[in-house]
Design a protein around this ligand. Structure first.
Ligand SMILES: [Zn+2]
Length: 357
């Protein structure tokens, strides 16, 4: 059966059926008060496998960015179907759709336009009050991208700006911003539902583990079909070495950005694991499947934001929404086959790594 789905509801159905098939213990966290694109109920579903009392655990997250969840959901479902739930002696926690509203509505951010992956600031770090790099190009980022030729021109201007000022400055945009609620990578002013729920999941399902490996699935960074590992720990530290070893990475292989360095992202979801479990040994990272070239990624991000605010009633709104999703999850059969085969293998490597660390 094809593990890819056309909607959140279909993806959820496939995931829950696969969980039943292998006897996974499922806990659902309903998203009360909101419904999906087709009026369906929304929830984050958490499946647990392997020995409950194990001190070694792995957590795999799908749907931090809603429109990237189609691939992540397919990987989790395919892993369950092909591995019969064998978690190699490790306690495995699968988090399906941590941002279910965004998955169903096929958009990156939550119902308040909060980018979940900028919402997990540590308790002692407040939201930044400004982001001058963002402001310098806001007229491009918030422009109308509905016309392809116009969007190409916007991208040319955007590129020219950073060619002139240095790509490191673009990294400051990607760090997140907290002063434009209608903007891209908006981190929000308070913990979002996904934030509160993810912390609850960590407390309810990972409290016994003292060694934790994590993997948060994303798409978009990298060339078409390229697998990009983002490990956020210092390269010389044991956590970085551990995760890089699990996935067989050379020392410098992770985080290949055109800027030459990873942006100093703030408020990432995976940072919550350490915030909640400061006593545990924790390693892991984000894994991205590359989907498209820079221009398409740029236009896709702009379309997603613009449709949420200015372009809601545009006659091509539906087609533009589809275009955004296709950039996050290409229909190309060889790309999908790569995700379905390499994704579960990368999960196996995480489990084997945690078992031996
Ligand atoms: Zn993402």
């Amino acid at each position: 059966m094809d593990s890819f789905s056309e909607s959140y509801a279909e993806a959820r159905g496939k995931f829950l059926a696969a969980c039943t098939e292998v006897g996974a213990r499922v806990t659902s966290y309903p998203r009360d008060g909101l419904s999906g694109e087709a009026g369906e109920p929304l929830a984050t579903d958490v499946a647990c496998l392997g020995p409950e009392a194990s001190a070694r655990a792995a957590i795999v997250i799908c749907g931090t960015h809603g429109s990237e969840a189609f691939s992540a959901s397919a990987i989790l479902t395919r892993w369950l179907q092909s591995r019969d739930g064998n978690a190699q002696g490790v306690r495995l926690v699968l988090v399906h759709a941590i941002n279910p509203w965004a998955f169903s509505h096929r958009t990156r951010t939550d119902e308040n336009n909060v980018d979940i992956n900028r919402n997990f600031l540590a308790a002692d770090v407040g939201p930044a009050s400004e982001n001058p790099a963002y402001d310098a190009v806001v007229h491009l980022l918030h422009a109308d991208p509905s016309n392809a030729a116009g969007a190409l021109e916007l991208h040319r201007t955007y590129r020219a700006y950073f060619e002139a000022h240095g790509w490191a400055l673009e990294g400051e945009i990607w760090q997140g911003q907290w002063h434009r609620p209608e903007g891209l990578m908006y981190g929000g002013q308070a913990p979002s539902w996904s934030n509160v729920t993810f912390r609850r999941i960590l407390r309810e399902h990972l409290s016994r583990a003292t060694t934790i490996g994590f993997l948060d699935w994303h798409t978009g960074i990298g060339q078409f079909g390229e697998i990009v590992h983002l490990i956020f720990d210092a390269p010389e530290g044991m956590e970085h070495r551990a995760a890089a070893g699990w996935w067989g990475l050379a020392a410098k292989e992770d985080g290949a950005f055109k800027t030459g360095a990873k942006p100093k992202y703030r408020g990432l979801l995976c940072q919550a694991i350490r915030q909640e479990r400061p006593d545990a040994r924790i390693a892991g990272g984000v894994i991205e499947f590359g989907t498209a070239d820079d221009y398409q990624i740029f236009r896709g991000d702009l379309i997603d934001r613009w449709l949420r605010f200015e372009g809601r009633d545009h006659p091509d709104a539906r087609a533009l929404r589809d275009a955004h999703v296709d950039i996050c999850c290409p229909r190309d059969i060889s790309w999908r086959r790569l995700v379905e085969t390499r994704g579960p293998t990368l999960m196996d490597q995480l489990l084997a790594g945690v078992a031996e660390w």
